[in-house]
Design a protein around this ligand. Structure first.
Ligand code: NAP
Length: 483
């Protein structure tokens, strides 16, 4: 299979927070990989910007180290130096006036201009304002804003208003890196590129849908940030919500930014408020090998959740009656993200009760081993009557697509290239983010009102028992969390 890399237009990309963790881990290595893939034009310019004092050469050394540590790619001799030749650094203070004019002098009029706000959200408004004040924002300038986009509906609205004072919606790229994952986009290809699934993709044929995003790590060094956020804000409101939207939305008329985002918004707005007894919160406990959640955060009595499982309902014609079970947590048995569409039983079994109960299930793995499995019921081989067995039709994308499948661009690199191309399809619109908060806020408020304390769970397991009960009560069970 031949990979088609279409080079983007020449650009000036300024990374505010260019010395930060996200830039080191994701943005800079991703840009290098796109450079090696031939997608970045040779005249492109990348400028790191932060308060630290650094020369261009010092920043290049910083970039080289980051790429070596977090994801280089096979490249020709001299290619790394050529890439670094496109990199520079400008000291700026988001809250002051230092450096802004010098930054402006580095930018070209005939290049696409993009500013990546890879800094804490408290600085988004300051940056947007200074880009205007110092005349760095042109008609066509794009800004990229990182998560978290707000802490609740009120703060998300305030942030949207603040950005809207300086940029129009078509210039604002709100990142949810889940949308940049190859398999997440594949959800749309699978649903709307095949005739096979869509006729069955509704409450008449689907018993329920499970979405699981499990991590093996705890909060580690992010305890300070995480304790103010928790799994509901950090994962459900954005990443799992986006997966839910893509699984549940109506077919957009076209694969275009507003067509897709309009359909996603309709899903969020059709979500019923969640009943308190349909949500389970958990917090990982200590075991003999490691301390528990509370040892990683400042407050030894913290009631922030590191795990959430919930049952959601979408009140529309397609999904009325089909529950969506969402589950995410830290310190679980395996690192895995998966969506399972569990179909209903056949209406009548011609094989009798002894053939057992069998169901088709489509599992879409987002990580690891991106791919799909379709469970199909067949006859168990051998003599002695008709016994049925479910076998998986297993497709790993890396196997099926050959070397191109194995070498899929990381979410960040794909999304940055989309910013340069001016394609907002895989970015969240302001109203979408607000609608997601409007659904999430009452759940969080009800915990506070009721003084809810998360259930402790053992590290390395699948979360609190109550999460299992959430499904068992409905005569269903979660799929195993396994890599
Ligand atoms: P970080 O490591 O703390 O880096 C912050 C960056 O901002 C540094 O480069 C810092 O450099 C710069 N900075 C701070 N104050 C500034 C100011 N007044 N003017 C100009 N620059 C300033 O943070 P991060 O982990 O990279 O996260 C950046 C953003 O990405 C945050 O919104 C975070 O929530 C989001 N995010 C991060 C990750 C991740 O894996 N790290 C994942 C998802 C989302 P100086 O101190 O030199 O100014």
């Amino acid at each position: 299979m031949v990979s088609r890399v279409i080079p983007v237009d020449t650009f000036d990309l300024v990374i505010f927070g260019g010395t930060g963790d996200l830039a080191r881990r994701k943005i800079l290595p991703g840009l290098f990989r796109r450079y090696c893939a031939g997608q970045m034009p040779p005249e492109a310019q990348i400028i790191g910007a932060a308060r630290s004092e650094m020369t261009d050469d010092e920043y290049r050394a910083f970039v080289r180290e980051a790429v070596d540590e977090f994801g280089s790619t096979p490249h020709e001799p001299g290619q790394f130096d050529a890439f670094l030749g496109r990199v520079g650094y400008q000291r700026v203070d988001a809250k002051g006036s230092d450096g802004w004019e010098d930054l402006g002098a580095r930018l070209r009029d005939d290049a696409v201009r993009a500013f990546y706000f890879s800094v804490g959200p408290a600085l988004f408004g300051d940056l947007a304002e200074r880009l205007r004040t110092f005349g760095l924002a042109t008609q066509d300038t794009r800004i990229v804003v990182e998560k978290p986009f707000g802490h609740d509906l009120q703060s998300a609205r305030a942030l949207n208003r603040e950005l809207a004072e300086h940029f129009n919606e078509g210039q604002i790229y709100r990142i949810d890196h889940y949308l940049g994952k190859e398999t997440v986009q594949n959800l749309m290809a699978v649903r709307f590129g095949n005739m096979l699934f869509e006729p069955l993709w509704n409450a008449q044929h689907v018993d329920h849908i499970q979405i699981t995003v499990a991590e093996t790590v705890g909060v580690g060094g992010r305890g300070g940030y995480y304790d103010k956020s928790g799994a509901m804000r950090d994962m459900i409101q954005n990443h799992l919500m986006q997966l839910l939207c893509l699984i549940a939305m109506e077919p957009p008329a076209r694969f275009e930014p507003d067509s897709v985002r309009d359909e996603k918004l309709k899903v969020i707005r059709a979500l019923d408020p969640v009943e308190p007894h349909h949500v389970v919160r958990g917090q990982y406990a200590a075991d003999e090998n490691q301390p528990g959640y509370r040892a990683h955060v400042e407050d030894p009595r913290s009631t922030t959740e590191s795990f959430v499982a919930l049952k959601a309902h979408i009140s529309n014609w397609r999904w009325a009656g089909t529950p969506f079970y969402l589950r995410t947590g830290k310190m679980l048995r395996a690192r895995t993200s998966e969506i399972a569409v569990v179909f209903k039983d056949a209406p009548h079994s011609i094989f009798g009760a002894e053939a057992g109960r069998h169901r088709n299930m489509l599992a879409i793995r987002l990580q690891p081993n991106e791919g799909m499995t379709l469970d199909v019921t067949i006859k168990e081989p051998g003599p002695g009557g008709m016994r049925l067995v479910d076998v998986p039709l297993d497709m790993s994308f890396a196997d099926a697509l050959g070397p191109d499948g194995a070498d899929m661009p990381d979410a960040y690199e794909r999304l940055i290239m989309d910013v340069i191309r001016g394609n907002q399809t895989l970015f969240m619109r302001g109203d979408e983010v607000e609608a997601a908060w409007a659904w999430t806020d009452p759940i969080i408020e009800s915990w506070a009102r009721r003084g809810d304390v998360p259930k402790p769970y053992d590290p390395g397991g699948s979360g609190p028992d109550d999460a299992l009960m959430l499904m068992h009560r409905d005569g269903r069970r979660w799929r195993d969390i396994k890599a």
